[in-house]
Design a protein around this ligand. Structure first.
Ligand SMILES: Cc1cc2nc3c(=O)[nH]c(=O)nc-3n(C[C@H](O)[C@H](O)[C@H](O)COP(=O)(O)OP(=O)(O)OC[C@H]3O[C@@H](n4cnc5c(N)ncnc54)[C@H](O)[C@@H]3O)c2cc1C
Length: 477
């Protein structure tokens, strides 16, 4: 980002004219575009542009490309790796897609929905539900994150196990390339082998190759029955065994599987007084399992869980009997990121390992972190069904984060590096679902391998020769 000069006043006037008087904001009137959900970064920018149509996005990129002005795409601002934030320079323009938020079309026969990039994920859910369908991508940030941001980060979430991540749920894309050219491939095709798949290149590119303006999303039929159960367990090894048993017994109907720790449940009930641990006694680990499928599924699930109890695959289980109980169980999971922050987490990881190695990975990570500094607390939780475990690390009980870190300089980096090292040793990925952004640039450089890094840089140079799109994110500018 530092390579870009302050945009010329005439360029800014040209950009303002493209979007009109209600289509831009000065930085001092735009605080929310500079906030980081975890409070670690503070973004900057020269102006915030709010285009209302794809043609306006195209005109903006033409103007920025001609003047070599950096552009940072902004969806809902929920990204946690600073991909949407420019902490080091205010020379870029921020491009928010929030005014392009319509669901353009729902095609029931094609099981597809065309949504604009600024459409909030929860609104896409509501639009699908109104047609008795569902869009299965879901995550705790669903009330703020956008379809454009979800695709740009190839977001995962809580139903990847059955329905896949954002990439698997996108049939077509409309995007503006850095030159201002509009790529329009929104047809709801299940098969399209006509050359390089630019859709998949743009998905997960974190705003560095093009601005996604709309997408054709996969819809699924609603399942008649959904069963949600919280299982109490002794260890991640038992969680892994239960996962295997659930999969074997219930197959494709297993739609969500989240690991929670005893510490995590204590934190979420400590920081959200309305939430309760549904068990009478404390447990060390939990699996939150959701199954969706045809009528009769509840009976099958209840029988299976009773069998698993007898086979010592779980210690106890609570099965939601109403939608309200189901929502309460999910809140224990979905409030976890906020509870971690309130408790003073100083390290949040997002790594993945092969399914077969999850329990060993959790054990090795805990041992590695404890060897650095005994007494640290670790809340390991997350999408165990995808091998995606988040480790949040806290100071010892009773110690405040700021004071503790002041007494332990360098600890944050050392812990982060240890988690990455163990992840790599287990054949994992240093970013599972959040992306690289500006936070993990060095990690990517360390772990990606030279062939991959060279190819990434060549792709970037080919599509964005002036390097205007999200400079300094994913790859160094
Ligand atoms: C409480 C909480 C829970 C979360 N849970 C999950 C989870 O379970 N799974 C998961 O995957 N993520 C999760 N996230 C991370 C985040 O919500 C996702 O990365 C989400 O996809 C970001 O969407 P956004 O619209 O907020 O994008 P932003 O944060 O605004 O941007 C993210 C990146 O996408 C780029 N971008 C945004 N819009 C566009 C566009 N239209 N075209 C091109 N590039 C664009 C930005 O430049 C940036 O690099 C969570 C975050 C929070 C705060």
């Amino acid at each position: 980002m530092t390579g870009f000069a302050t945009p010329d006043a005439s360029v800014i006037e040209r950009l303002k004219a493209i979007v009109g008087p209600s289509g831009w904001r000065a930085p001092d009137d735009a605080a929310r575009y500079f906030d980081d959900p975890r409070g670690r970064f503070h973004g900057r920018g020269h102006i915030v542009l709010l285009p209302g149509a794809t043609e306006e996005v195209a005109a903006i990129l033409r103007a920025c490309n001609e003047s070599c002005t950096g552009v940072i795409p902004w969806g809902g601002g929920t990204g946690v790796v600073a991909g949407q934030l420019s902490p080091d320079s205010d020379n870029a323009v921020i491009l928010s897609l929030e005014r392009m938020n319509r669901v353009r079309e729902i095609d029931v026969q094609d099981f597809a929905m065309v949504a604009e990039a600024g459409c909030i994920l929860e609104n896409a859910h509501a639009a699908a539900a109104a047609q008795a369908m569902m869009f299965p991508l879901s995550m705790a940030s669903k009330g703020s994150c956008t379809i454009g941001g979800n695709l740009a980060t190839n977001a995962g979430g809580i139903q990847v196990l059955r329905h896949g991540n954002a990439r698997d749920l996108c049939l077509g894309i409309e995007a503006v390339l850095p030159s201002g050219a509009v790529l329009s491939e929104l047809a709801p095709l299940r098969k399209n082998n006509t050359g390089y798949d630019l859709r998949h290149l743009l998905i997960g590119s974190e705003g560095t190759l093009g601005i996604i303006t709309a997408a054709t999303l996969v819809l699924k039929p609603l399942d008649p029955e959904t069963v949600t159960a919280l299982c109490a367990l002794t260890s991640p090894t038992q969680a892994q065994r239960l996962f295997a048993a659930l999969r074997k017994r219930l197959g494709e109907s297993l739609s969500g599987l989240e690991l929670l720790s005893g510490l995590g449940i204590r934190l979420v009930t400590r920081h959200f007084s309305a939430l309760r641990d549904p068990f009478d006694q404390p447990h060390a680990w939990f699996l939150l399992a959701e199954m969706s499928g045809p009528e009769g599924l509840r009976d099958r699930v209840e029988t299976a869980l009773a069998d698993f109890l007898h086979e010592d695959l779980l210690i106890d289980v609570v099965i939601a009997q109403s939608e309200a109980q189901r929502a309460n169980l999910w809140e224990l999971r979905e409030r976890t990121p906020e509870a971690n922050r309130a408790e003073g987490a100083f390290c949040n990881s997002d790594t993945s390992v092969p399914l077969s190695r999850i329990d060993a990975f959790i054990g090795a990570t805990h041992r590695g972190v404890m060897a650095i500094q005994p007494g640290l607390r670790i809340n390991s939780y997350g999408h165990i069904g995808d091998g995606n475990i988040h480790h949040n690390v806290f100071p010892p009980e009773g110690l405040k984060k700021a004071e503790f870190l002041a007494d332990h300089p360098g600890l944050v980096e050392t812990v982060r590096e240890e988690i990455n090292r163990v992840t790599d040793a287990f054949g994992g990925a240093i970013s599972a679902e959040h992306g690289i952004g500006r936070l993990k640039l060095e990690d990517l450089e360390r772990y990606a391998g030279s062939a991959k890094l060279t190819a990434l840089r060549q792709i970037k140079a080919a599509l964005d020769p002036n390097g205007i799109l999200n400079p300094g994110a994913l790859l160094r500018g």
